[in-house]
Design a binder for this molecule. Sequence first.
Ligand SMILES: NC(=O)C1=CN([C@@H]2O[C@H](COP(=O)(O)OP(=O)(O)OC[C@H]3O[C@@H](n4cnc5c(N)ncnc54)[C@H](O)[C@@H]3O)[C@@H](O)[C@H]2O)C=CC1
Ligand SMILES: O=C(O)[C@@H]1CCC=N1
Length: 266
Amino acid sequence: MNKKIGFIGCGNMGKAILGGILNSKVAKTEDIFVSASTEKSLNTIKDNFGVNVYCSNSKVAEKADILILAVKPNMYEKVILEIKDVVDDNAIIVTIAAGVTIENVEEWFGRKLKVTRTMPNTPAQVGEAMTAICFNEKMLEEDKQIIFGIFGSFGKYEELEEKYFHGFIAVAGSSPAYVFMFIEAMADAAVQMGIPRKKAYSFAAQSVLGSAKMVLDTEIHPGQLKDMVCSPGGTTIDAVIELENRGFRAAVASAMKICEEKSKKL
Ligand SMILES: NC(=O)C1=CN([C@@H]2O[C@H](COP(=O)(O)OP(=O)(O)OC[C@H]3O[C@@H](n4cnc5c(N)ncnc54)[C@H](O)[C@@H]3O)[C@@H](O)[C@H]2O)C=CC1
Ligand SMILES: O=C(O)[C@@H]1CCC=N1
């Protein structure tokens, strides 16, 4: 891709996207420009990724054909006010923040630019992100294809109406954290049973990976896949009933509702 990609802010999510883009070779290191708030983090990014780094957001903003705003939601307005006058009229602004709408971005820039709102997740780092994408009306078909090319380079993506983004954060943007907790909990229990810790993480993670792959590849209902593991009178059904008794599903649903509500408040 012959476009210059700028990152303003490059923390956990910015690095995951940057790593994903470079691994897939969709852009070259010399075409990527990153700014961050501290010299220390810029040096780390330079050392780890070999991209161009600047301590000025405006420098990055004026160079970028595609500008990814990867700061926290509460920094968006401040950053946009800082860069708005140097951004090219034809640049594509990409947001990744929870709770920041396309309308907010247009208002803060004070003019109609091409805006793409996305919600990725950290598995971008290993090429397995799930990203939701929506566009404003300034985005042309060829612009959309560029965005699909970038987000498709580090995982799956789907165009989704902006009104569903709060729910999407609960089920995809934030959900890797719940899955990591599940893996950690299973591994701790396995360690209690005497399994060495390193093996315990690998056994738990591979089981989650394989199960997710079965859902995606077979398209069999997850309930049916669960039933296929539960041999009559066997071990699994006892564990499943204990999870039900302990409110496993209810805890997940309630956590996701809280996550969705928080996204609405940001
Ligand atoms: N962490 C995740 O799993 C996901 C995060 N997001 C979104 O990504 C955005 C960033 O989140 P994280 O990467 O988790 O946060 P983070 O705190 O790890 O990264 C934010 C980065 O912005 C930099 N920064 C702060 N002020 C700045 C400024 N004025 N100019 C330039 N850089 C500045 C910080 O130094 C930091 O490196 C948020 O808007 C969040 O909603 C979206 C999807 C998933
Ligand atoms: O915790 C957050 O607010 C961000 C958005 C989705 C994942 N991390």
